[in-house]
Design a protein. Sequence first.
Length: 266
Amino acid sequence: MRSTDASAFDHVSDLGQGPVVVMLHALLLDHTMFDQQSQAIASQGYRVITPSYAGHGKSKRVDGPPTVAAMADQVFGLMDALGVEEPVVLGGLSMGGYVTFAAWERYRQRIRSILLMDTRAVPDTAEEAANRHRACDLILKAGSVGPLAATMLPRLLGKTTIGHKPNVWRQVSGILDSTDVHAACDALKALAARPDRRPMLAEIDVPSLVLVGEEDLISTPAEMREIAAALPRASFEVIEKAGHLASVEKPEDVNRTILRFLGHLN
């Protein structure tokens, strides 16, 4: 594993050699949510880079505007620091998908393909944005993301995982609880202000994989199917018995799906 202090990231997994695949994690989580994907994909001849955003995981918080565009800039600042010059396969889950959309808007010439996992193209409604700001106030007052994590976790995981995989519940809960409270607020504000990406979908003319958990309550299969239909070159896959965090809940199925897609690219 290589590591770097570049840009906003000082907690980065960088595995393997070959075409570059970058995967961006969900809100309040860190790059370890892709550990099983990183290992499986790297073993098949790819270089897989998965950073933890500033203030997430072991990456320290940095000052700057809390926007998904700023996060996209940080991602490609990291690519520069790691010497990645060729176009990459860029993927993200949930918030990582929002950053992927921002990256396409700003760095499309550096992206050869896109993976959209359990994410949304629509912006927050006024009520959803207000709820994010209230959540920020709540966790700042508590001095911990714990109160937010407690309400998020039952919606992040699918009913099958909740009922039958207590180890996944513990894993995700531990990551959520470790997130810096101020970085969590930065991310919440960034998501509340993110733009509507639906008008841009038709412009994403690279091969795209749209992947969703069958039991996802946040970015539902129906909503993700609409995203896939709007993309010119997309394939659509549903991961059975998984919720919003399909990469953690059904890693083997996600690995097979991504590797099959990457194989078609090459």
